[in-house]
Write a protein that binds this ligand. Structure first.
Ligand code: SAM
Length: 266
């Protein structure tokens, strides 16, 4: 073996740059005041922020020392970044040794494809942490002044999606159609007619209240209060363009302030 190589072998090897870490951070429903202190700290410590389209710029910009911001928009049926690309961006930046914040709207554990991203990290032995956030359902319930569960009304509640990878999502409609049932339906705007049809078919009362909260917690928040019978027409007519959460079985506490409901139930 040549002397040069022997010397090189004897030199202490520089440790490989340690892989960075990824924090999956819940950005909450949009109001920056609803960020947790831990989420804020994670943003302030981030080198790279990979964020969803739903997260307002005001929150993304809290990552003041980050040098890279990667938007990975994902909007209902519209343009989206393929999940495999998102996984690759997270892994690549973590392997470069960066502190990566994967910033997701609401809570990262609710309809946020968290598991797929975690599995990509696990394949590469990258450390991660999950920082919970306030989910859209909590903000929507706060907006209408109602509880998700209530003694004597419902001892359980469901979290549903209006559509899944195959199209409109099927659920236990018979159970949901029972009086007193409550559900928070994410991504339900376009599925309003489908949801109505399934619930009526399973015997739901057409006068059951349904409330759609658009842009919950944001300055442009709006509340559409209706009932099962009128749900699809009311949604078509209002044509909400922002993210909206449907609350099955709940009307706003101050129903008098919501004329749509008054008119329909009269
Ligand atoms: C892909 S899911 C993400 C949910 C998110 N992880 C959460 O915990 O709120 C997107 C859906 O969440 C709901 N959503 C998110 N932000 C919202 C908001 N500010 N107001 C009402 N609904 C919202 C809408 O139903 C939207 O289509």
């Amino acid at each position: 073996m040549p002397l040069k190589q022997i010397i090189s072998n004897l030199r202490p090897k520089r440790p490989a740059r340690p892989a960075g870490e990824v924090r999956f951070v819940g950005a909450g429903p949009g109001d920056a005041d609803l960020l947790t202190v831990k989420a804020l700290r994670a943003l302030q410590e981030a080198d790279v922020v990979i964020h969803d389209g739903l997260v307002p710029a005001q929150i993304v910009q809290l990552a003041q020392s980050a040098h890279k911001f990667i938007p990975v928009g994902k909007k209902g049926f519209g343009h989206h970044t393929p999940q495999s690309d998102i996984n690759a961006r997270i892994v690549e930046n973590a392997l470069r040794g960066h502190r990566v914040v994967r910033l997701k709207g609401g809570d990262p554990t609710v309809f946020a494809r968290l598991d797929e991203e975690i599995e990509a990290l696990e394949e590469h032995g990258i450390r991660y942490e999950i920082v919970p956030g306030i989910t859209a359902a909590s903000a929507s319930l706060a907006a209408i002044g109602q509880s998700l569960t209530k003694r004597g009304r419902n001892a359980s509640a469901r979290i549903l999606t209006g559509h899944d990878m195959k199209g409109f999502a099927d659920h236990d409609w018979r159970a949901l159609a029972q009086s007193g049932e409550v559900a928070a339906i994410y991504m339900g705007k376009r599925a309003a007619r489908f949801i109505q049809g399934r619930l009526l078919m399973h015997g739901a009362d057409p006068t059951t209240p349904v409330t759609l909260v658009e842009n919950a917690s944001r300055a442009d928040q709006s509340i559409l209060a209706t009932n099962l019978l009128n749900l699809p027409d009311v949604v078509d007519q209002a044509n909400p363009s922002g993210p909206a959460l449907m609350l099955w079985g709940l009307a706003p506490r101050d129903a008098a302030a919501h004329p749509v409901l008054q008119q329909e139930l009269a």
